[in-house]
Design a protein around this ligand. Sequence first.
Ligand SMILES: [Zn+2]
Length: 133
Amino acid sequence: MSELSQINTIIQCRCPRCRKGKLFTDSPFSLRFGRRLNIHCPVCNLHFEREPAFFEGALYFNYALNVAIMVSSGVATYVLLGDPGPYVYFGISASMVVLLVTFTSRLSKSMMLHFFGGVDYQPDSYPEGEKKN
Ligand SMILES: [Zn+2]
């Protein structure tokens, strides 16, 4: 498997240290467990929650992503439907935010860990006992 760039690692919700382990236990399409984080990286054993309540900072990223979705869906509504009423704008924008909540939640946690986790990329990071020679 080729190495992922940092942008691809963030989008695919992978570990910032090894870029291989998944941050989440299930797929984003799992309605029940789509946003459940692994406690440790399954590949390099990095503890993902860097400090207590670390991922509460992801709410700011989530807010920014939702604003971007609302603005872009508003612009798309204007271009495609030709300036409909305000309820149509609100309905389409709110629907897009609700439909994409699983993806924005996962992406915001991944961004928080990558930007503020204080973890550098170490391609040969393996837990003790599994180190390859
Ligand atoms: Zn890892």
